[in-house]
Structures are given as C-alpha cells and as structure tokens.
Design a protein around this ligand. Structure first.
Ligand SMILES: *[C@@H]1O[C@H](CO)[C@@H](O)[C@H](O)[C@H]1NC(C)=O
Ligand SMILES: *[C@@H]1O[C@H](CO)[C@@H](O)[C@H](O)[C@H]1NC(C)=O
Length: 431
C-alpha cells in the first residue's frame, strides 16, 4: 500500500526526519507522523495536531527536530471511554489507539466571495504603481488619479486627504508608517509628500527624484522611495533638510520595496528583473538575485522565519521564488501560470497570498513551505495590481483597473474562540 511505501522510504533516517518527509507528502501525514513517534519513541501523543490551525508546525518540524514533542503539551486529556476501539486488535500502544480515534478538525474554508466591494473610480491599471495601503489604525489610503482618499474600515467614512491636480501632478504610490499616523505619497513628478493623516495636513514635500515614485517603504522614521529614475532614496523625515542616502543598483524603474521585519534589510525589485537586498548602511546591494525573467514588483519578508524573502515575477516569468537572505541561497520556486503582481504573508499562519494578472486575474493563497494552494479567488476583471493586509491580519483588500476594491477574509487567527470566552480572559473582553 501507499502507506507502506512511505514508511520504507523513510525508515533508514532518524525518527524526527520521518515527520518531515511524511508531512510534506500526504495530507493525513500528521497523524502517521504522530503515530510513528508513539510507536518508535513512546511520545504518548493522543490527539492529532490540526494542520489547518497551526501551520507554523510545518516550519517547526523542518527546523526543530523536537517540535513534535510540543503536541503533548497542548494535548487535551480526554477521559478514556470504554467504547471498544476499532483498532483493539492491532499491536499499537493504547496511546496510539486514542490518537487514531481522536476527532479531526475539518479543513479551513475560505469564502470565495468578497465580504465587501468598494468602487474606486480612476484606480489606475499600471503595474508599476502601489496605490493601496492599510494602516495600523484601520484606515485605508487609496490613490485615485490626482487624489488620495482615506477610507475608515470601522465607520466606512471617506475623507479626501489631498488633491495634486492643482500642481498638475498625480499619485503613483501611498504608504502608511508603522504607527499609522503618517501617509507618504509618491507622485508622478517625483515628489514624496508626507501627510499627517489625523490633521489632514501636509508636513513636507521631499525632492530628489527626477521621475515618478512608484514604491515606498517606511523603516521607523526613515522612508525609502523607489523611482523610475532607477534610484532608491533613503531619508529621515524628522530632520529638515533630510539626510539622504542614494542607493544605486537597479538599471531600470524600481517597482517593489520592502523592509525586513527586523528593520535590518531592504529588499527592492525592479523592471530590470533584479531582486536586490541592501543593509541599513550600504550604498551598494549586499545581495543580488537575477533568477526572475520579468519585472519584480511582488516582494514580501516572512514574519515567521528570519531572513526568508518571497518574490514574484511579471508576465514573462510568472514564478514565485523564495530566498534565504542569511545565506544567499535560493529555496523553493513555483510557476504560478500568470503575472505575479503582489505578495503578502499571513502573520497568523505560515501562509501567503499572491495576486495575479492575465489571464485569470486571480488571488491565490499558499501554504509554506509545501506551496500547496489553499484557495483561489476570482472576481476582478482586470489584473489584481494592489494588495494590502488588515491590521488584525485576517482580511486583505485587493484593487484592480476594474476600479473596484474587494475585501476578502483569507487568513484566520489561530487563537481559538474557546480561549477568548474563558473567564481568565476577562480583561480582553472588557477592552
Ligand atoms: C494501556 O496498556 C497497558 C499495557 O500496555 C495496560 O496495562 C493498560 O490497562 C492500558 N490502559 C487502558 C486504559 O486500556
Ligand atoms: C552592510 O554591508 C556592508 C558591505 O557588505 C558591510 O561592510 C557593513 O558592515 C554592513 N552594515 C551593517 C549595518 O550590517
């Protein structure tokens, strides 16, 4: 049988390694892995760990060979019932009998329908722009033509933050700072404006680029801006006039920019098909990846694994690629079948979402590291160029040249509802 096949493939390795191989090969592999731990190592696992609500397990298993022992800590001691086990004639231990009979949680369902659709007239169909961002304070900033609008996800109230038409300019990128107090606005003429969102006033307008600014990324009080002039400018917005670092490495327009969660490295993608990594003091890239065959706009650092970077390529490439930036090593890659426009990791589970162009204009949810597809969402009639994640990490918003913003629930929190109802969590309930 298939099961016997798996066992014999892995038998020569240490018991810990068996988890990895089986877990990656078979959907029900977690149960078999746990069973083997019981029988070989006397691990005493009685319930099957749920692969759908604890996806960090996959990386833990591959990185930490003792991780399976953790299941015993979380295992609820169900009182053993007197029902005759269907496995009672098997030679397995009675812990393993319990394991085989323990209930499995059903697979997580992701709704294929957006929970909200907003009209976004004049939302540009331009691959090189970044026109949607979602703040820590639950405000969406959206660049529509010459204006930036703020939409409150709490009250649905809309305010117009700025209108650049008086200067004959238009919006090419928007980006919230980490606290959600400031919005940086990149413009077609190459300016970077800093706006105080609550006060609705412009704090400063930074010069320095000679062409449109399509990519922005905050790192504390520092703002990085990437432009069609091929340069990335790194500026501290507190000091007037700002101290400036010029990062030169791309040979064409810079279209993707992301700082790593530990604030140490900046990843940039360009129309020259290059993915570059810079450190916080370098003027030249510390790493350069040339594997993509088209523009690299989609870039996302893993919040779960230090130094893990994901990137996606344009129409001639269509690939998702993963990099260990600590070693410079290329990891997994997969051909998605269409232009990759944007990428974001879930902060709750080891999953990521990618948005795509021709021909299906789809949104895909992937598990990492297996790269199995969890969901495919369709509905946009133009390529899905814009993507932002809600501050609670559960929802995403996507935008396209069909002039709609669509909100989807794709990432559920792993925290179970039982926990939040507990009397021990009185304070979170009051809050
Ligand atoms: C579990 O197995 C042991 C022997 O391996 C036996 O003594 C014990 O009674 C069993 N427990 C139950 C609840 O069946
Ligand atoms: C950045 O990289 C350069 C060149 O590799 C190196 O000399 C420098 O120490 C690095 N700086 C930091 C802060 O890591």
């Amino acid at each position: 049988s298939g099961k016997k096949g798996v066992f014999s493939v892995c038998w020569h390795t240490k018991a810990e390694d068996i988890n990895i191989k089986i877990a990656l090969c078979f959907p029900d592999a977690v149960a078999y892995a746990a069973l083997l731990r019981n029988e070989l190592l006397g691990a005493g696992i009685e319930t099957v760990p749920d692969p759908h609500t604890d996806d960090r397990r996959n990386t833990l298993v591959t990185q930490d060979t003792h991780s399976l022992f953790r299941y015993t800590i979380h295992t609820k001691r169900v009182p053993f019932d007197n029902e005759i086990s269907p496995y009672s004639l098997s030679p397995l231990s009675n812990k393993s009998h319990k394991l085989l009979r323990s209930p499995r949680k059903p697979a997580r369902k992701i709704s294929k329908i957006p929970f909200k659709v907003l009209d976004a007239p004049e939302l540009q169909d331009d691959f090189y722009l970044n026109l949607v961002d979602w703040s820590a304070g639950n405000l969406l900033s959206v660049g529509l033509g010459a204006c930036v609008y703020l939409w409150s996800a709490c009250t649905s109230q809309v305010t117009r933050l700025c209108d650049l038409s008086v200067d004959g300019d238009s919006v090419t990128s928007v980006c919230w700072n980490e606290r959600g107090s400031l919005v940086a606005v990149g413009t077609h003429k190459g300016f970077v404006q800093i706006w105080d969102a609550a006060g609705g006033r412009k704090l400063t307008s930074l010069e320095g680029h000679s062409a449109r600014v399509g990519a922005l990324a905050w790192n504390g009080e520092q703002l990085s801006s990437g432009s069609r002039d091929r340069v990335i400018l790194q500026r501290d917005v507190r000091t007037p006039p700002p101290v400036e670092r010029r990062l030169q490495g791309h040979r064409q327009e810079v279209c993707g920019l992301k700082w790593s969660p530990d604030h140490q490295h900046l990843a940039s993608g360009g129309n020259d098909n290059k993915l570059l990594v810079w450190n916080s003091s370098s003027l030249l890239p510390v790493q350069q990846y040339s594997d993509h065959l088209a523009a690299v706009k989609a870039i996302a650092w893993s919040p779960h694994q230090h130094g893990l970077l994901a990137s996606g390529g344009g129409t001639a490439d269509r690939c998702l690629r993963f990099w260990n930036t600590l070693t410079g090593q290329a990891l997994q890659s997969t051909d998605t079948g269409s232009q990759v426009c944007n990428l974001a990791w879930s902060k709750h589970a080891n999953e990521l979402v990618s948005t795509h162009g021709y021909s299906q204009n789809q949104i895909l949810v992937w598990k990492y590291p297996s790269l199995t597809q969890v969901a495919k969402l369709t509905g946009h009639s133009y390529r899905v160029l814009y993507l932002a994640v809600s501050p609670d990490g559960e929802a995403i918003v996507t935008g396209a040249g069909d002039e709609t913003l669509r909100f989807w629930n794709v990432f559920s929190k792993t925290r179970c509802t039982k926990e939040s109802k507990s009397v021990l969590n009185l304070f979170t309930r009051i809050r």
